[in-house]
Design a binder for this molecule. Structure first.
Ligand code: GLN
Length: 315
């Protein structure tokens, strides 16, 4: 088995970089252009708090869909599992993350799961705070606490771009209003969704979020449980089944631990009891996953034996 070290990670970066040619940089995001294609970074923090990095690990990108797992944790805290899953399903979907037809064809009025856009907008309607400034403030504090990074901020330009490019998400939200799936103020749920997509993080932050999930809800460097284990179990199961959009089955097989991706090319990986992994590689495939980042995650899993379903364990 390979030994985890910075040298090893440098090698993994070099091996994974060529996969970026198969992807496309999401130029709807401010400052995202072709020059980002070759960027690739990784950060790993183990449960013993050993920290390894390689490549462009301090390059910041908007969280995009990686924010969906943070919002889900907060909604579970605020309203509990039963209420949250009255509003959104638990089932994986074979459709794209922003599919409109999936909403109408599902037998239920609920979006498939909290990792697709419609599901995350429904989750955003279940975050307490009275108004959106307070709701977002609570979100940001929770994120800062769980990553142990008090400097995390939303990028105003990314937020404005989310609003400007938000027609599809608005369609999903208003459709949900029409079926009764979204019962709070639609514009507020959307606005919170746009804000959480726009918080900037680097590989180290993504790795700390992964470690938080992998280590029982205790923030790196802390010893306080910020969320009960039964909620974490729910979030990790949903990540495993739906976190990599309609490639989640493939990632369950090839990586075998809970992951969540975003269209900025970010990936959060949580290897229960062992480590948090943060990856940034902005070239994404058609389904929205980083091509080089995905290759890197799969290689790590193979080399370091991270697959939770591996059979080499001696009983
Ligand atoms: N901002 C993007 C959207 O709402 C995020 C989606 C994603 O990362 N898959 O469509």
């Amino acid at each position: 088995m390979n030994q985890l070290s910075n040298e090893y990670l440098n090698k993994v970066i070099e091996d994974s970089k060529p996969y970026a040619v198969n992807g496309r940089v999401n130029t709807e995001l401010p400052n995202f252009d072709e020059t980002l294609r070759d960027k690739l970074g990784v950060s790993i923090i183990t449960s013993e708090q050993n920290h390894y990095t390689a490549g462009d690990s301090s390059h910041k990108v908007p969280m995009q869909s990686t924010s969906k797992i943070i919002a889900l944790m907060l909604a579970l805290q605020d309203f509990g599992k039963e209420r949250v899953f009255q509003a959104v399903g638990m089932e994986p979907t074979g459709e794209m993350f922003n599919s409109i037809s999936a909403l109408e064809s599902h037998d239920d009025i609920k979006p498939f799961n909290p990792m697709v856009n419609a599901g995350a907008i429904a989750v955003c309607s279940l975050i307490k705070g009275g108004n959106n400034d307070n709701r977002f403030e609570r979100y940001l504090h929770f994120l800062r606490d769980l990553t142990n990074n008090p400097t995390l901020e939303m990028d105003e330009k990314v937020y404005q771009a989310e609003i400007a490019n938000g027609a599809r998400n608005r369609s999903l939200a208003y459709f949900m209003q029409s079926t009764g799936a979204l019962i709070t103020d639609v514009e507020e749920a959307l606005d919170l969704y746009f804000r959480i997509n726009a918080v900037m993080m680097c590989c180290d932050d993504f790795a700390r979020a992964g470690l938080f999930l992998a280590r029982g809800g205790i923030a790196p460097g802390g010893d306080e449980k910020l969320i009960p284990p039964h909620h974490l179990r729910t979030v990790k199961a949903i990540m495993m089944t739906s976190g990599m959009y309609n490639s989640s089955g493939q990632y369950a097989v090839e990586a075998g631990f809970p992951c969540k991706s975003g269209v900025s090319g970010s990936i959060i990986g949580a290897v229960p009891g062992r480590m948090g992994i943060g990856v940034v590689g902005p070239a994404i495939d058609k389904k929205g996953n980083s091509t080089a980042g995905g290759a890197l995650i799969k290689k790590l899993s193979k080399d370091l034996k991270l697959n939770m379903f591996r059979t080499e364990i001696k009983y």
